[in-house]
Write a protein that binds this ligand. Structure first.
Ligand SMILES: C[S@@+](CC[C@H](N)C(=O)[O-])C[C@H]1O[C@@H](n2cnc3c(N)ncnc32)[C@H](O)[C@@H]1O
Length: 263
């Protein structure tokens, strides 16, 4: 598989990838203040999805240019755009490893988890630095409706029942940052500013796993997936006495801002 297209996950995307609105708004304020839209006018988002990040940025004055390989994610984006007037927003169905834009076309980029889903992620990085003449913001948005230990257990059980879930692209953003640093870029981490705690119901988190709402859960064949979900439910019941237990998850929005080193 060259890239993971989010078509199958699109149905549950927006309801599962939620964040604390106040923290998100403050993080957006930070971007707007540091890279004002009157100077960094043309903002590129490869892997734009449903516009979760770029629509709020467009409302703050950026001219947005997005690409994505998922027709279904882009359909949802279009529905959202239909409800909004007076924003500058252009998107295309295109692959980040072959970006249909000119060199140095954009002033700023924002990217959310994209390199995890592209086998030839270095090719995508090379393409992005070709078209962006300015800072590249690598954004982390938190866990949404996910529970990290359940995700890990899902992967372990899948392996136990005979299907090993492999990474498609990078295992962590650090790999992307190291690659860019070797190309003469520097990174500044903006962390621990926008944190919150969410309370997630384990049964609901398992329901979303069952619906294969997350990238790793799209891979196992149906028979193994069904067995994994059944086991997860039994394990939670055995541990908490009931499946409706709620768990606290610590979240934050943070950025790695990558820029060319001054020469
Ligand atoms: C985690 S989602 C992020 C969506 C959006 N940026 C957000 O934060 O809500 C990753 C997106 O990257 C897209 N994608 C995966 N491989 C891609 C590629 N090679 N080129 C362009 N988009 C890609 C997927 O279809 C998906 O919409």
């Amino acid at each position: 598989m060259e890239s993971l297209n989010y078509d199958k996950m699109s149905k549950y995307y927006d309801e599962t990838r939620i964040f604390n609105q106040n923290c998100f708004n403050k993080a957006i304020d930070y971007i707007v203040k540091r890279f004002p839209p009157n100077i960094y006018k043309k903002l590129f988002e490869p892997g734009i999805g449903t516009g979760r990040i770029s629509i709020p940025l467009a409302l703050r004055g950026y001219n947005i240019y997005g690409i994505d390989i998922s027709t279904e994610m882009l359909k949802i984006l279009q529905k959202r755009l239909d409800q909004i007037k007076n924003i500058n927003f252009v998107y295309k169905k295109a692959d980040a490893t072959k970006i249909p834009y000119n060199t140095n076309e954009f002033n700023l980029a924002i990217i959310v988890y994209l390199f995890y889903f592209i086998k030839e992620w270095k090719k995508a990085v090379n393409e992005i630095i070709r078209v962006v003449d300015g800072p590249i913001i690598l954004m982390h948005t938190g866990y949404g409706e996910e529970v990290p230990f359940l995700n890990e257990r899902y992967k372990q059980l899948s392996e136990k029942f005979g299907f090993s879930i492999k990474n498609i692209g990078v295992k962590s953003t650090k790999e992307v940052v190291t690659y860019l640093e070797n190309l003469g870029y520097q990174t500044e981490w903006i962390k621990d500013k926008w944190k919150w705690k969410s309370h997630i119901q384990l049964n609901e988190a398992i329901d979303y796993l069952e619906k294969r709402a997350y990238s790793f859960s799209t891979f196992p064949p149906e028979d193994i997936h069904v067995k994994v979900i059944r086991n997860l439910r039994n394990e939670i019941k055995a541990k908490y006495g009931k499946i409706e237990e709620s768990i606290e998850v610590t979240n934050q929005v943070y950025f790695g801002i990558v820029q060319k080193k001054p020469s």
